[in-house]
Design a protein around this ligand. Structure first.
Ligand code: CA
Length: 221
């Protein structure tokens, strides 16, 4: 059974999340401080970590840094305060797989959890530190993107989208696949969000790299 570790020091939130995840078929463990979370996360017995930023003993960022310092590729979803975009950016820079801002709806969290578990269950198992196709490279730990060695600025979402393309070069990715893997949505919200972000990536990486395959989706060439 998939085991999710919840590191959250507000019992109201942890019990709400734990109950919901159990109902969705996951095994959960709740801890209330960073040091215990780190120990369990490093023990290899959990599949995903939901990590609050403000925790006693060691804060969420430090937990994340130490996890990566030990070479862990455990997917981590940070729980950040809505007001603090700085936390979000810092969390993603420190190597979080994703983040959810408080207050959140349980369904939103569940969609992220499913999406992250799917990504980490990709065939290769271990997440390579650098994902490179041709002259484009993504450093998965520092979340930096380079083209011909030159660094380009990507938002967290743009990075996640580029990651999906670079994991499947030469393959057509449908809008549904991209919505599910990058946005954690198992339905089409009826917006053209995928097309908009593909446009952003074309502007940053060069338009010729992403082909539109009519009626099917997009392909990284
Ligand atoms: Ca807290």
């Amino acid at each position: 059974m998939t085991h999710i570790l919840i590191a959250e020091d507000e019992p109201r939130i942890s019990s709400f999340v734990s109950r919901g995840l159990k109902a969705a078929g996951y095994q959960t463990t709740v801890v209330e401080d960073g040091a215990t979370a780190l120990d369990i996360a490093l023990s290899g017995t959990v599949d995903l970590l939901l990590l609050d930023v403000g925790l006693p003993t060691i804060d969420g960022f430090e937990v994340l840094r130490r996890l990566h310092g030990q070479g862990s590729s455990l997917p981590v979803i940070m729980l950040t305060a809505r007001s603090s975009t700085r936390d979000t950016v810092a969390g993603l820079d420190a190597g979080a797989s994703d983040y959810v801002t408080k207050p959140f709806k349980f369904d939103e969290l569940l969609a992220r959890v499913r999406s992250r578990l799917r990504t980490s269950a990709a065939p290769s198992g271990n997440i390579p530190v650098t994902l490179a196709v041709g002259d484009v490279a993504l450093d998965m730990l520092s979340r930096r993107a380079t083209v011909m060695g030159r660094e380009i600025e990507l938002s967290a979402r743009e990075f996640a989208l580029a990651e999906q393309f670079l994991r499947h070069p030469g393959q057509v990715m449908s809008r549904e696949q991209l919505l599910s893997r990058v946005w954690g949505l198992d339905f089409d919200p009826g917006s053209n969000v995928v097309d908009v972000y593909v446009r952003y990536l074309r502007a940053k990486f060069g338009a010729e790299r992403i082909s539109t395959v009519r009626g099917a989706g997009y392909r990284w060439d």
